[in-house]
Write a protein that binds this ligand. Structure first.
Ligand SMILES: [Zn+2]
Length: 269
């Protein structure tokens, strides 16, 4: 499932392509991917310009004229492709938005969705999300306060969107690896020094991943060399049995709390 770095990559790549452009066509192949009847969705966005794109947690928000927002969550398996009708992806497209000669194709939206809301409604829907890792107000002190008073597994808290926004299965493991801490540790066993390491690892890992384009394996457009650049740089996620880049020990998969998790038993404690 795309996480903060993947959604940031989409945002950065889509802003110069979409900002100021009006929707010139709408094709809904799967009504379950939207939240209103297809005709209403089409009537609400056709001819309306995209003013900007923002990200909150794992959502992208396409801010449109007339106080409208398209709220996207790709969930598991969702992706976007930008291109001409000739570059249409060779698989089922659930929603297609035309911007003149170009199209934004939404694919793999099984659990994912593209919902139409008023701005205030979108703000209200996202209110319960935890702090953003890069919010300047979310300091090391805040992080220690937040995690220091929680119970349960470290990984479970890292992926809980009501605790912290934008982190999922992959980056929770990568952050724990960078910090040298096992994801199955109990929160009440973590020292303050370890929490500081986790906070720093959270920021460094997510910014490194975002600057390399995240791990998505589908390029956004033809010639896109950014998207997916972090995939070969993942140190532990989905690397069971491979030697640790830090100490050479084989990466282990440990499942707990119905989550799969990858870590190095040699240099994570
Ligand atoms: Zn190691």
């Amino acid at each position: 499932m795309p996480e903060l770095p993947e959604m940031e990559t989409y945002r950065q790549l889509l802003i110069p392509r979409l900002a100021g452009k009006a929707v010139t066509g709408v094709q809904i192949e799967r009504e379950k991917s939207i939240n209103v009847p297809a005709a209403d969705f089409t009537a609400a966005v056709l001819g309306v310009r995209v003013q900007g794109i923002s990200r909150r947690a794992k959502h992208l928000l396409f801010h449109m004229e007339q106080n409208r927002v398209l709220l996207l969550h790709l969930m598991l398996g969702g992706a976007m492709v930008w291109g001409t009708p000739e570059e249409r992806p060779n698989r089922t497209v659930q929603v297609e938005l035309a911007f003149g000669g170009d199209r934004l194709y939404f694919i793999g939206l099984r659990l994912g969705y593209l919902h139409l809301h008023q701005e205030e409604e979108a703000v209200r829907l996202l209110r319960k999300l935890g702090p953003e890792p890069f919010d300047p107000a979310f300091t090391e002190r805040e992080f220690i306060g937040l995690f220091g008073q929680k119970r349960g597994y470290l990984k479970t808290a890292l992926v809980d969107q009501s605790v912290l926004s934008g982190i999922g299965n992959c980056y929770s493991d990568e952050i724990c690896f960078t910090a040298g801490i096992l994801p199955q540790r109990k929160l009440d066993s973590l020292s303050e020094e370890e929490l500081v390491r986790l906070f720093q690892a959270m920021r460094s890992t997510l910014s490194e991943a975002a600057s390399h384009g995240g791990y998505m394996d589908i390029p956004l457009f033809k010639g896109d060399t950014l998207t997916g650049g972090f995939d070969p740089l993942c140190r532990v996620y989905d690397r069971e049995g491979e030697p640790c880049v830090r100490c050479g020990t084989a990466i282990a998969r440990v499942d707990f709390a119905s989550k799969k998790s990858f870590s190095c038993p040699g240099c994570q404690h």
